[in-house]
Design a protein around this ligand. Sequence first.
Ligand code: SAM
Length: 477
Amino acid sequence: MSPEGDIPVKQGRDLLGVSPHTATDSKSGSLSPHPGVGCTVGPSPLGIAAKKLAMPIIPLSRSANLELALFAAGDAIAQVRAGRSLSDVLSVQEPAGLRAAVQDLAYGTLRNLGLLDALLAELLRKPVKPALHALLVCALYQLRARPHTAHTTVDQAVRAVSRLEPAAKGLANAVLRNYLRETEALLARCNAEPAQYSYPQWWIDGVRKAWPQCWESVLNAGNLHPPMTLRVNRRRLTREQYLAKLGEHGIAGQSVGMNAILLERPLPIEAIPGFNAGEVSVQDAGAQLAAPFLDAGPGMRVLDACAAPGGKTGHILELADCTLTALDNDPARAARIRDNLTRLGLDARVVCGDCLSPAAWSDGKPYDRILLDAPCTASGVVKRHPDIKWLRRESDIARLAAIQGRMLDAMWQQLAPDGKLLYATCSVFPDENAQAIASFLARNSAACQLPLAELDCGQLLPDAQHDGFFYALLEKH
Ligand SMILES: C[S@@+](CC[C@H](N)C(=O)[O-])C[C@H]1O[C@@H](n2cnc3c(N)ncnc32)[C@H](O)[C@@H]1O
């Protein structure tokens, strides 16, 4: 029996502090393409994988709120484990006033879930219910992220557990206190790769196979806090003018890529100067490559085939006076295209339809340019959506690759002779990217792949400055 009573926990010794990370500092004005061989992804603030946690951005202000925040975050994690996306869960779930704290706990827990699961497995003698397990991993995250408030965290976590499962109060208390006593020894035992990197093993294996020279950097990049990047609307002002405007508001940012600005600190949308007036949009620097690669010109007929919420649609229209059809098969998401274009003062034909069934929405005329930003595993954007690491299954890669192949074939039929189709994903898995394009080229002799400036193999691997994307530009002969 443990000192805390008849509860299924293991015993421990001492506390290991967590080193705060230093934010990666890059002055580079260009995106690094990381073309597979010799690629150098930026250093991870997490140090060696996930064993040290990134410091949270948003502090929890009052311990009184921590109990509720842990309770709500635990519920969110349990729902993600049951298959729901974190953004869906958080949009309806957290109590008013706790939003930032719950988000911080939920995102931080998911970024580090491999390690937290392994720690909890070491601390528990027998399985607990999913809701309790989720609450305990959130509490462990809080202990690791803010070791200086450990005793408050234990107290508040035990209170949160008693709301959920009163009989488990003693268990929670023992688990968390044993973690504090035994941290170093526990961490030493959590040496399997899913704990070290906080990804499922199949994901680690897939990234290592695809990117043997930089797989750890790719994995670590996905566990960083995402930067906030702006796209300057060239129809309104230049990047230099907008940087000056930011300076007037005391906001620090730096140029990255062709037209992007990386903010030193993320801001709420309403605090971004000129956002409502359409001077800028929030868009990752890697995503900002799509519109220039598509190379739409004045008067061209352009199809954005998987367009919602319209990030790339807006960019295409900022760069060219073209006639654009923005298509998406999700009605709620398609409505957001219109909202985004209205804010930017731009116009397009917005259609809710399936790109695999063109007869239902096409006017029969071919397009000069097609952007196919295909649904994918989203394995390149896990720093923004850490739930993806735990929601995806290995079989999703082949399932999505099959859909992507069908979409490529269907969109190719809509492309005019001499027209160009830009295929894009936010994945780092070659089956959805280079291999999908190789298969397409093998079955379409009229297609030829054009080079993309600075992106030899088409793959932009994620780093501290941008997400991971794949691009392939195809021309029809
Ligand atoms: C990667 S997201 C597009 C992001 C968008 N291009 C942007 O930059 O904001 C993929 C989109 O494809 C849509 N989609 C999935 N299957 C589709 C289909 N069969 N036809 C049309 N759109 C589809 C999804 O609803 C989703 O909005």
